[in-house]
Design a protein around this ligand. Structure first.
Ligand code: HEM
Length: 498
């Protein structure tokens, strides 16, 4: 790159080569003459200029014909945009082409927005996944989400939900309040009790819930990479440590209880039981720490998505009173007006309309907009474009889920589209990417859907709902899952039975 360097004088040019025996003598002389600082300045400037040119050249070579900025902002790229993402900026990116390019901190990112490309990425095991290890991991966890296990979780979900509704009665009874944070605590409390049962104290669920917010705010596609004290990443690491402390204790206590002949009452117990089953084939020896890591991964994978799904479930229903009325009608038929009796998996199975409501709500406002992967080697995604090794490649779901050919009136909330087996929605299941696709498809689909259904079912029968509409109600915030910008301001009063 020497030809790019601009040097101040022929004397300095001669001295520039460090291999010259005269170099050190001349530079000392120049320093004495006051020229050293100029040489240093010009050299540094030339190197920086060279690096900037190199950065742009690499970006353009990787981007080739893909839509995206022709030049990238030096060093940070689109970092500022990624700190405050908006639906408008995301939609612009998705609509700019089925494949498009962007760069953040010199990480080259390819965004795939069509159903075909999004699925192709998620189904490319040789490139992105850890093959057999991952398959073994999934197989080992299957026993945790059997129908019997989910039946057990439903009774826990039911009890925790009713406990929170006692509090909601007080907090939401007199005026509309933002639903997002109470719904979040309900979700985390439920998940922790489902995962850990009574192996951790109440204070643990409160602490994890409070500190989990630090993890949520750090969950951006791209973050400031160094965890200096005070940064989002630093706080998230501290929150993770606190959660790991309690989850490790839970794993420890569960093992003791199962060894003493206890019956499983939570996911950890169920897991210990599966591992102790003589017919079980697979890794048996999980330390407390390893079990805690898996439970933490469930929390990370589920909490923000479940909360988004629940809050939009409330908002869609309250804004469509005729649909809420049908949900209540179904509850009346299925539960025969007996709303104090705890819900069971058999009763949940009968709530077909509510199931369609939740499925549609998650489609209209998918909690997870996209999932990022790293291309560990060059990946020829289309006939004329290969994603280069070490690039980030993002599979985005929005366009699949709002394809008017599959979902007529794609932005409307129409649960009925799921009730007709011949509807285009049911005929094109591949478009429904709310839970991903391929080998990494969500492990908690049934459990997560059941939980959202259960809370809505109980709230529909326990309360009359009111929604305070604000100018931000219909705008979506990305936190990093989707939420109404005003956090859904609701009032709940004890339901007057008709
Ligand atoms: C509405 C709720 C939920 C939504 C929208 C959702 C969405 C997703 C999506 C899109 C993926 C695919 C990620 C990828 O391809 O990398 C995923 C994976 C996953 N989800 Fe969920 N999820 C939900 C609830 C849950 C729950 C309740 C659990 C835990 C019990 C859970 C555990 C997981 C796990 C462990 C994975 C990774 C699976 C793997 O890598 O093989 N999710 N989820």
């Amino acid at each position: 790159m020497a030809f790019l360097f601009k040097v101040p004088s022929s004397a300095a040019a001669a001295a520039f080569s460090t291999s010259s025996p005269l170099y050190s003598f001349q530079s000392s002389l120049a320093a004495v003459n006051g020229q050293g600082s100029w040489t240093w300045l010009y050299t540094t400037g030339a190197i920086l200029f060279g690096l900037l040119v190199l950065e742009q050249t690499v970006y353009r070579a990787k981007k080739r014909h893909l839509p995206g900025d022709s030049w990238t902002i030096p060093i940070i790229g689109k970092f500022a945009d990624s700190m405050k993402p908006t639906m408008e900026s995301y939609k612009k990116q998705w609509d700019s082409g089925v494949l498009s390019a962007v760069s953040v901190f010199n990480i080259f990112i390819v965004v795939a927005s069509s159903n075909d490309y999004a699925r192709k990425i998620l189904n490319s095991p040789t490139i992105f996944l850890t093959g057999k290890d991952h398959a073994d991991y999934r197989r080992g966890l299957n026993g945790l989400f059997t129908r019997k296990a989910i039946g057990m979780y439903i009774s826990i979900q039911d009890a925790v939900t009713r406990k929170h509704f006692e509090q909601w009665r007080k907090d939401f009874g007199s005026s509309p309040q933002p639903l997002m944070f109470p719904a979040r605590y309900l979700n985390i409390d439920t998940s922790l009790r489902v995962f850990c049962g009574n192996h951790i104290p109440d204070e643990a669920t409160r602490e994890i819930s409070d500190r989990y917010w630090d993890i949520t705010v750090a969950l951006q596609l791209v973050n400031f990479p160094i965890p200096f004290p005070g940064t989002k990443l630093y706080k998230a690491i501290q929150a993770r440590k606190a959660a790991m402390h309690w989850l490790t204790l839970a794993a420890h206590n569960s093992k003791i209880e199962m060894a003493n002949g206890g019956e499983p009452t939570c996911l950890l117990d169920q897991w210990v039981k599966v591992l102790n089953d003589p017919t079980y084939k697979g890794k048996r020896d999980f330390s407390d720490h390893e079990m805690a890591l898996v439970v933490l991964s469930f929390l990370l994978a589920s909490q923000d998505a479940m909360n988004s799904g629940l809050v939009y479930g409330f908002q869609h229903l309250v804004d469509h009173p005729e649909i809420l009325a049908k949900v209540r009608e179904e509850q009346e038929i299925v539960r025969k007006g007996n709303y104090e009796t705890p819900l069971t998996i058999d009763l949940m199975d009968e709530m077909r309309y509510l199931n369609a409501v939740v499925k549609e709500s998650l489609r209209v406002k998918p909690p997870v907009l996209m999932v990022p992967y790293k291309a560990t080697k060059a990946f020829p995604i289309s006939d004329d474009y290969t994603v280069s090794a070490n690039s980030m490649i993002i599979s985005s779901f929005w366009n699949s889920l709002h394809d008017a050919a599959v979902y007529p009136e794609p932005y409307e909330f129409i649960p009925e589209r799921w009730l007709d087996p011949a509807s285009p929605a049911n005929a094109n299941p591949k478009n429904y990417m709310v839970f991903g696709a391929g080998p990494h498809r969500c492990i908690g689909v049934e459990y997560g859907t059941m939980n959202i259904m259960l809370v809505l079912a109980c709230a529909a029968t326990a309360f009359d709902w009111e929604h305070e509409i604000t100018p931000e109600t219909s705008e979506a915030a990305i936190l990093p899952t989707l939420f109404p910008k005003d956090l859904c301001r609701m009032k709940f009063t004890p339901r007057k039975q008709s």
